[in-house]
Design a protein around this ligand. Structure first.
Ligand code: ADP
Length: 269
């Protein structure tokens, strides 16, 4: 009976192994597909402004050659397209840097209120230009996390820029903090920082996919505003590295709320 039992166990082990390796193959195929999609997307995103520029160069060399006004107009458009490509390459490099560092845990003890203050100072000019007032209301308590300054600055820059971009001119953007006793996803206490705008909001069907690379709820508007479609993907990767997460809530016509949720730094001993 013992021998029988052994054979049985071996069979179970083999089936288990087979299942695991089948899952691996499936996972690998999925990763491969994602890589191919990503390259196709990047190529498309770069090609669109390039095709435009090639067309304009041709026009400048032919029909617009002796027309100063047309020349100015085309050069302006070309400068904007080049700027768009520059932003895209910049964001792609940020994303690949964040991905490369994914396994290295950050070590600095930082007060999120300082991170936000610095971000806000950096964005002052943009806020003034679009007549958006940033209204932080973070309470008096320090909000310590373990993080990397540059990356957390990037998180809040991307979220605040989006709130100003999509929230519309002449509006306010509120920034509030929450002490969370138990976050169900982090499975422990957390600090939340919410950035809320009064723009058109986002249809909830888009919300689960917003942090995917190049996913846009409103492609036309994103491109018009010079978006690369990578901002929230970068935010998500940085927060993953910090063992945190991004929560998005919105409804059409009700503005959007983006909450950065991070584990608090352990008490200093
Ligand atoms: P983009 O460069 O297009 O802004 P992001 O990754 O930063 O890319 O954002 C992805 C999409 O999420 C945007 O294209 C936009 O449709 C939507 N989005 C982001 N922030 C907001 C916001 N505050 N209000 C409405 N929609 C937003």
């Amino acid at each position: 009976a013992d021998i029988h039992y052994d054979v049985h166990l071996q069979q179970i082990a083999k089936t288990g192994q087979l299942l695991v390796s089948l899952q691996n193959v499936e996972g690998q195929a999925q990763a491969e597909q994602m890589r191919r999609d990503f390259i196709a997307n990047v190529s498309h995103e770069l090609r669109t402004p390039l095709t435009g520029m090639i067309g304009f160069i041709e026009t400048l060399r032919t029909s617009a050659r002796d027309d100063a006004r047309a020349r100015d107009k085309f050069l302006g458009t070309m400068a904007r397209e080049a700027e768009r490509m520059n932003r895209l390459v910049h964001d792609l490099l940020s994303l690949s840097r964040v991905e490369a560092e994914q396994r290295v845990r950050p070590t600095e003890r930082l007060d999120l209120r300082n991170v936000l203050q610095t971000t806000q100072r950096n964005l002052d000019r943009l806020a003034l230009k679009s007549n958006v007032s940033l209204k932080p209301d973070l309470g008096a308590e320090p909000l310590f996390v373990i993080g990397e300054m540059d990356q957390l600055l990037q998180v809040f820059t991307n979220l605040l820029e989006n709130a100003m971009k999509y929230g519309g001119a002449d509006q306010s953007v509120e920034i509030t903090s929450q002490i969370i006793a138990h976050d169900p996803v982090l499975r422990g206490p957390a600090i939340g920082l919410t950035i809320a705008d009064h723009g058109p909001g986002i249809d909830p069907i888009h919300i689960p996919r917003l942090t995917e690379r190049f996913y846009r709820a409103d492609s036309h508007r994103s491109r018009e505003l010079g978006g690369t479609g990578l901002g929230l993907a970068i935010v998500k990767h940085i927060l993953n590295r910090h063992r945190g997460r991004l929560k998005i809530s919105s409804a059409l016509g009700e503005g959007a709320q983006f909450t950065v949720i991070l584990p608090p730094a352990p008490e200093k001993s």
